[in-house]
Design a protein around this ligand. Sequence first.
Ligand SMILES: *Cc1c(COP(=O)(O)O)cnc(C)c1O
Length: 388
Amino acid sequence: FSVIGFNWLCSPACTELEVIVMDWLAKFLKLPEHFLHSTKGPGGGIIQGSASEAVLVAVMAAREQTVRRVKAKQPDLSEGEIRARLIGYSSDQSNSCIEKAGVLATLPIRLLPADDNQIMGGAQLVKAVKEDLAKGLIPTICIATMGATGTCAYDDIATLASVCEEHNIWLHVDAAYAGAVLSLDEYAYLRCGLERVDSLNYNLHKTLLVNFDCTAMWLRDANQVVDSFNVNRIYLQNKYNGQTDIPEFRHWQIPLGRRFRALKVWVTFRIYGAEGLREHVRKQIRLAERFERHILSDARLELVAKRSMGLVCFRVKGDNQLTTDLLQCVTERKKIYMVQAAFGGKNFMRFAVCGMDPKEDDIDFAWREIEEQLNKLLKEEKRGNVGT
Ligand SMILES: *Cc1c(COP(=O)(O)O)cnc(C)c1O
């Protein structure tokens, strides 16, 4: 308890446990070795408060590193001139926090149109980079998504990495929701290219049974962040400064103080074990497949994208208004909760499996609720049409 009570001091014991659990997690997700603290080299992981924070840290570090690199090459340019030319990239399917990070960091993020499968790849990026270079802009960071918010699509990390390497662009991967699938061998193909990214985030509080909030972030070279953010004061100095292998996480994040979030990760791993956690991820997928079968069994509905992780995206065939109305009916009854998204001119509903212990019965309950409301809606629709 004394350790918990003093956690705001970021005692070495709290930091040490965080180093341990971040390496457990990296191994659990089979991330590249250079993300481990225990690997010799400048890489490692840290727990941040949210994906938004992790993305902002990556954007700001990329910004500072780029400013310094360009300044060294072209000393006649002022820092202000360099900053005004920086530009970042992400897909138009990425989470709103990416655009927000650009606003907060005063580094505009161009949202590139995803392809028909909702994916952004090297082809789109290289085109945008060339356009911007011709305008005298400086490509700085690309934020790819594993499991985009709309349909849980996976950007093509490998081809993006090739473009980023060629143009000295920081590559960050936002895997806030779907990162958990990296723990499963059947999804090994999604790891393709991950060994080439600079940083990655995953929210344990979304799909891995850790309570809110807990965002894991890994850096290939943490020195790039520390070097960008490090400001020291005499009251921050202690005998450990720079003398041990324990990272000084305050230089890896926005706040000074930190919570002892490593403890709940440690407890979760100790309770469930790696296999128990993998089973939890597989269960979310199985239940989503069950829901997907319900949708496919009803000719009035269609899938907008293939089920991905625990997310099923579907709509009522025909006019967008039907889908919007159905969602409104379901929401008003307050039995289940979903949100809407749109792609390619089509509105759709997103059914996401979540919770501590979701069961088949819960899925069937949700399905019956949707089916009932759909029956009612279409009946009223018919009556309405007769009337006009
Ligand atoms: C949920 C989510 C976010 C936002 O996460 P916060 O931790 O609330 O900032 C960002 N990106 C993706 C892909 C998400 O699924």
